[in-house]
Structure formats: C-alpha cells, structure tokens
Design a protein around this ligand. Structure first.
Ligand SMILES: C[S@@+](CC[C@H](N)C(=O)[O-])C[C@H]1O[C@@H](n2cnc3c(N)ncnc32)[C@H](O)[C@@H]1O
Length: 363
C-alpha cells in the first residue's frame, strides 16, 4: 500500500493542503513526527480536524523502530505527518529507503517550511548561504562548527539561517549512562540563548565574523497567529521577549539590498530610532556624493587648464623651433627652392634676407 509523507506547514491544523487532508482521511494509521518541529496546536486539535486518531512518533520510533510504521504500510495506507515540509531541514529519507526495500510505495505531499517561510522577513532567499544548526551547549560539549559556516556566508555576502535546537523526550547524560528511561521535559532553544552562544563563540575565536552590532532577524512561531519577526542588532535582540517556541535567527549578510534594508526597518525593534538613523545615513551619503561630484568637477577643470597650458606651450615651442630650424638651414646654405632668393653678389645675406628664406619653407 502507500506510505504518505505529508507536510503540515508551519501554523496549525488548517495548514495542511487539501491533497494532504484527503490522503490523511484515506489512511488507516496516522503518525505525527514532532521531535524536529512542533505546530502551534497539540495532537488533539489535529485529531479533531482530521477525524483520525494521531499517534505521536518519537525519534526512537522513527529512527530505531521504523518497522512499526512499515508493518502497517505493507497492507494499509499510512500517513506520516511532518511539521513544515517532510524534506526541509529534516532527515526522513531513511523512511523512503526503508519503504523501498520492503516494496512499499511512497508518496510525498509538500508544504511550507521554515526554509522558505523565512522570506517573510524581506531577506531574499537566493541571498542565503548554508543553514546552520545551533545545539544547546553543555558544560563539556560546546560545538562551534557553525562559526566557520557563518564566516563563509559572511565572506560571500550571504545571510545565515540558524535553526535552533529542540530536545523532546531526551534523557539526561546521567540517565542515559545509567540506562534509566526517564525523560527530561521538552526544551526549545530561544533566540536569546542562541545569541548568547553565538557571542560566546565569537569571543573565543575572535575572527570578527559578527558582533553585538551585527544586524539579525529573530523569527518566532512563523506562520502562527502569534508569530513575531523582529530585526535589530544581536545586542538589541537579546532584550526582546519572543515568547513560546519555535524560534529561528537569521544573521544578515554585511551588505543588504535596498528592499532588504527597508524590510529591516519595517520589522525593526526600534522603528523610530532606526528611521532617524537611516535618514541621517542617507543625508550623509548624499552630502558625500555632492562633495565627490564637486571634487571631480574641480579635477576636470584643473586638467582642462593644464591641457590648454600644455597645448599653448607646445605651439610656442614649435613655432620658435621651426624658425630656428630654418635659420640654421639658411646659414648652412642648404638648398632652397631655386626661385627663393636671388644670390647676392658677394654671396652673403643679412638677417632680413634670411627671414625671406624662412617665408619660403622647404616642403
Ligand atoms: C529541524 S527544523 C524542521 C524544519 C521543518 N521540517 C520545516 O520544514 O520547517 C526545526 C527548526 O526549524 C525552526 N522552525 C521550524 N518551524 C518554525 C517556525 N514556525 N518559526 C520559527 N522557527 C521555526 C526552528 O529553529 C526549529 O528548531
């Protein structure tokens, strides 16, 4: 039969597509994966809207006990629901491969994802570089490989989407070591925690990839009625209360497109101050532009004067040098045109007669 991988979108039970909803209603079993992302509503709301019982599939079930899902899919249609899109920033290809091994047909029904919904900020999707995952730091484990990726993105003038850690049904290190199946309460990284970790790593690496002044966007519960999008420096965003999960952060590229600039004003944490600052920046730019133009005009004027002066000097040099050439030609009795001057009896010429020769050039 068919294993349907169905994206639920970002908001609530109503974000499923018509095609997805029809598929869910046809299925005998419906699993909901909610360890990589969560909707703004609980599973009961989905059950009510879909008219189907929904079984929560935790990481263990999907990664280690996928046979439970496959067993059903051998004989019946099964829906596997994923918040957002089934293949955006999630790794459910293993289900596709397992189903293929068992000869189970797979159909995918896509939906909106954080990976494209983030464009609501006004940042252009094709200006995004590598996405990074920011994991919760532990005392002994503070992974910072994201720093190099952000650095590359910044060098290429790309934005960086930071997806933040989620811990659902996780054991503490201690319980895991002891093999005790007691789970910690769910934890969702906040934008504030993410910024603190980013700044800690910058402090350690000191490669000036970003700072408290770097422009960023905090995005919370995108697609839900309570969504929040706020832009500001990392320092400013630290002070914003973004509310409940899920949160993401976008670190902006060093140079923004004009529209992106305007959208960052639109979402800014201090819009009035931001507007004032941007006005000042614009005035300063215009003033600088005017000064540059005046400087260029003055340079052109000076060059023109110099050109004229050089031309005048060249003309006077050439006329004086042609006279002297002719004078010297005459003195050395170079042949002149036969009719030029009648030889004097004593074969001498005064200065005036030399001038006459000069009037008859040898061309
Ligand atoms: C592993 S990704 C899952 C992506 C999901 N499959 C999708 O297509 O959107 C989970 C991370 O994406 C981000 N995220 C997902 N949905 C979000 C939302 N509605 N608002 C803000 N961030 C979200 C959060 O950082 C969350 O920890």
């Amino acid at each position: 039969m068919v294993l349907y991988l169905i994206g639920l979108g970002l908001g609530d039970e109503e974000d499923i597509t018509v095609k997805g909803l029809n598929a869910v209603r046809r299925c005998s079993h419906v699993f909901l994966e909610q360890y990589t992302a969560v909707l703004g509503v609980d599973a009961e709301r989905l059950e009510k809207f879909y008219g189907k019982k929904v079984t929560i599939a935790d990481r263990d079930m999907v990664e280690s006990q996928a046979e439970v899902i496959m067993e059903h899919a051998k004989d019946e249609d099964v829906a596997f629901l994923v918040v957002g899109d089934p293949f955006a920033a999630t790794t459910h290809h293993d289900l596709v491969l397992r189903a293929a091994e068992l000869g189970i047909k797979v159909e995918t029904i896509h939906n909106a994802s954080i990976m494209n919904g983030v464009a609501q900020t006004g940042l252009q999707l094709y200006q995004f570089g590598q996405t990074v995952s920011i994991c919760f730091f532990h005392e002994q484990w503070r992974p910072d490989s994201f720093y190099d990726k952000i650095k590359t993105n910044m060098q290429n003038n790309f934005h960086t989407l930071c997806l933040l850690d989620i811990k659902v049904k996780e054991q503490s290190f201690e319980n895991m070591a002891k093999g005790i199946k007691v789970y910690e309460p769910p934890r969702f990284m906040t934008i504030k925690q993410c910024i603190e970790q980013l700044l800690e790593v910058e402090d350690k690496r000191k490669e000036n990839v970003y700072s408290r002044d770097s422009l960023a966007f905090g995005v919370a519960r995108l697609g839900q009625s309570s969504q929040r999008i706020v832009s500001g420096s990392l320092g400013e965003l630290l002070e914003v209360d973004f509310g409940g999960p899920l949160h993401s952060l976008v670190l902006c590229a060093p140079q923004l497109h004009e529209i992106e600039e305007s959208m960052s004003d639109y979402w800014h944490v201090h819009p009035a101050e931001r507007k004032k600052m941007r006005e000042e920046q614009r005035r300063k730019r215009e003033q600088e532009e005017k000064e540059k133009m005046a400087q260029r005009a003055a340079e052109r004027e000076r060059e023109e004067q110099e050109r004229k002066a050089t031309a005048a000097a060249a003309t006077s040099t050439s006329s004086s040098s042609s006279s002297s050439t002719l004078r010297s030609l005459t003195r050395s009795k170079q042949p002149v045109r036969a009719s030029a001057v009648a030889p004097t009896s004593d074969n001498t010429q005064d200065e005036d007669s030399e001038s006459e020769v000069a009037m008859e050039p040898l061309f």
